[in-house]
Each structure stands twice: as C-alpha cells, then as structure tokens.
Design a protein around this ligand. Structure first.
Ligand SMILES: Cc1ncc(C[n+]2csc(CCOP(=O)(O)OP(=O)(O)O)c2C)c(N)n1
Length: 356
C-alpha cells in the first residue's frame, strides 16, 4: 500500500518593532518604562564592552574573543525574560546574558585573559560557564532540567546556540530528549547567519531553523532577533509554558553577527559590504532608540549623554578586572576532577617550573 500521511505545519513568526521605527502596539510587552531603559542600557553596555574587549585583544591583554555586536537584542531580551529561579547554559557568545543576570562584568575580562576566577559563577546568577565545544551546552541544559524536574523545582532552563550548532548531534539529541521527557527547556538558536564562514543557507536546506521543532514534537517559533520586544515576549511565554509542564520550545532568533566570528577571523573574505550595510540598518540598538524617542521615554539629550556614561562604566569594569591579584596557576587544573589525577599533577609541576 502506498498512501500519503499529511503532516501539516506552519511556523509562527513574531516581530514587534520594525526597523523603520514603526511597531505593533498590541504586541508591545507590558513593561515599565524603567525596564525598557534598562534593556537599552544593557545592550549599549554589551556593545561598548565588546569594543573594549577587541581593543584589549589587539593589545595582547586577552586571548581570542567572540564579539556579540549585532546580537544584543537576542541575548539581552531573552535573559531579561528569565525569572530569578531559572537557569541558563550559554555557548561562547552570550556575555550580555551573564551581565543581564548579574555576573560582575569584569569576569569576562578575567575569563578571556585565561584566569579561571572569571569562570566561577556567582551564586544566584544561575548559569553554567562558557561552553566552547559547539552545542555541548544543550545537553547540559536538558540533563539539568531533568534534575530540576526530579527535585520538583518550579524552574526552567534556557540554552543558547548558533545556527551552525543545529547541525551537531548534541543539539538534536538534546531537543529530542527534551521533547520525549517534556522537560522545562527553552532552546534559543541565535541564527546570526554564519558559522564562521559557512552561511546559513549552506548550513541547512530547511526554510527556517524553527521548523526543526516539529520533527521533535516540540513548539517552534521564529522571531525577529534584532527586535528586543519580540525576543523578550517569545522567551517569557516559552519559559512560562516550560514551568507549567507544557513542554520545551525552540526559538529561532533571526539576527546578524555584525563583527568577525572571533578576533582570529576576517569576515570581509566571505561576505559583502552590501550585506553588512543591509543589517546595519536593522541594528537592534537603533530600533529600541527609535521606539524610546517616539514614546517619549527618553529624549535626544539622553542618547547623547548615555554613550559617555556607559563608556566610563566600561573603563571602571576594566580597572576592576586589572586590579585582581595574579591568579593561582593551580586553578587551571583544579576544577575538572575531585582528586587531581597523576597526569595533571605532572603537567602542573611542569608549568610551575616553566613559570619560574
Ligand atoms: C564541537 C566543535 N566543533 C568545532 C568547533 C570550532 N568552532 C568554533 S565556533 C564554530 C562555528 C559555530 O557556529 P554557530 O553555531 O553558528 O555559532 P556562532 O559562532 O555563529 O555564534 C566552530 C565550527 C568547536 N568549537 N566545537
């Protein structure tokens, strides 16, 4: 017998703020003006810190760094939607999520300078450390969510990953596991259009990344990732569903990495300046600025002044980071095993001798 199984599906798309300053009033999240201003300032802080990190890398003060420029709305908007009881599991491009959730900003300097103290998450921030193996953090998130479920906790987890990570087994296993066990996890794919030099259209033949959710029997939605209100709204709803045992969600944030992949990349070799300027007009900060001006939440003077205020904040973050006493070299070896195995002890002794 040959028959057709009709599997109908559609992918919801959400946009609240358009890039030309217009917006859909009925979709604006109900947030006090002070929160909207805070969201803007967190995005600006992320951008200014990003610029500073690039400068520090060029001066040889930190190692390789993955800039977040262009993706601030996706990261700040989703982190802002979290409740105090929720947890997040980032990759290596989610510095703004740490800052939004209250990790001291100088930790990013320490971490990227090779200092393990920057990787020790302040209690109450509820986050895992940076995960560099692409996609691995999604499995940590579902395992952790399973644990939360067993403990009867009223918390949900967010895990972040890129469009490239969706081709990794880990991410597919994580979404499948979360679907089967109906776990409280929100998968946030920051579709920034590239996995280093590989473009989104060469990553998958599917029209959207959000539709992957259908195959796993979970909810999927695509949002304008440069629109902080759309990201906030979709994440808040998904977290609520997760906490109410209504299952996991995959949110695809359509955004753009405006900078290079990392400090070791030159994106002009694989993308056109025309494409970059197309996205520049869709800058997430500009969009919220237009909204705040239109709704008279702030005036032009504020936007002139805030640049300097945040730049000064970045300088004091750097000063705080640089004022730490030198790290203990043992820290690099200490945190993987309860008891340090012989081969790490050997390596530690060798490193100590080299430093001497
Ligand atoms: C398992 C694994 N394979 C390869 C790499 C090297 N690598 C680092 S970032 C990256 C691309 C990731 O792209 P994407 O998931 O889209 O995230 P983005 O960097 O764009 O934020 C690759 C292949 C890695 N870190 N881990």
């Amino acid at each position: 017998m040959v028959k057709k199984i009709i599997a109908k599906f559609e992918v919801e798309y959400l946009q609240v703020l358009k890039h030309n300053g217009r917006f859909y009033p009925n979709l604006i999240p109900k947030l006090p003006e002070s929160d909207i201003q805070k969201m803007y300032e967190l995005m600006l802080l992320s951008r200014k810190l990003d610029e500073k990190m690039l400068a520090l890398q060029r001066q040889g003060k930190i190692g390789t760094f993955a800039p977040v420029k262009g993706q601030e709305a996706s990261t700040v908007g989703s982190a802002y939607a979290m409740g105090y009881q929720d947890w997040f599991f980032p990759s290596f491009r989610e510095n703004p999520a740490y800052i939004t959730r209250g990790l001291p900003a100088e930790f990013t300097l320490l971490y990227h300078g090779g200092d393990e103290r920057g990787n020790q998450i302040t209690p109450g921030v509820n986050a895992f450390p940076i995960a560099v193996p692409v996609g691995s953090q999604t499995l940590h998130a579902v395992g952790f969510a399973y644990g939360l479920r067993l403990q009867g906790k009223d918390s949900a987890c967010i895990t972040y990953f890129g469009d490239g990570a969706t081709s990794e087994g880990d991410v597919n296993e994580a979404m499948n596991f979360a679907g089967v066990f109906n776990l409280p996890v929100v998968f946030i794919c920051q579709n920034n259009q590239y996995a280093i030099s590989l473009s989104r259209k060469n990553q998958t033949n599917a029209e959207t990344i959000a539709q992957r959710a259908i195959g796993f029997g979970i909810k999927g939605i695509q949002v304008d990732g440069n629109d902080i209100f759309a990201v906030y709204r979709a994440t808040k709803e998904a977290l609520e569903r997760a906490r109410n045992d209504e299952g996991p969600t995959l949110i695809e944030c359509v955004t753009y990495r405006m900078a290079d992949h990392t400090t070791a990349d030159d994106s002009s070799r694989y993308r056109s300046s025309r494409e970059v300027s197309f996205w520049k007009k869709r800058d997430p900060l500009l969009r919220l600025e237009l909204y705040m001006l239109k709704k008279k939440i702030q005036n032009y003077n504020y936007f002139d002044d805030i640049e300097d205020v945040i730049s000064e904040r970045v300088e004091s973050i750097v000063a705080r980071g640089e004022s730490y006493p030198p790290p203990n070299v043992e820290d690099i070896f200490k945190f993987t095993y309860k008891e340090m195995p012989w081969f790490l002890k050997e390596q530690l002794e060798e490193l100590k001798k080299t430093i001497k």
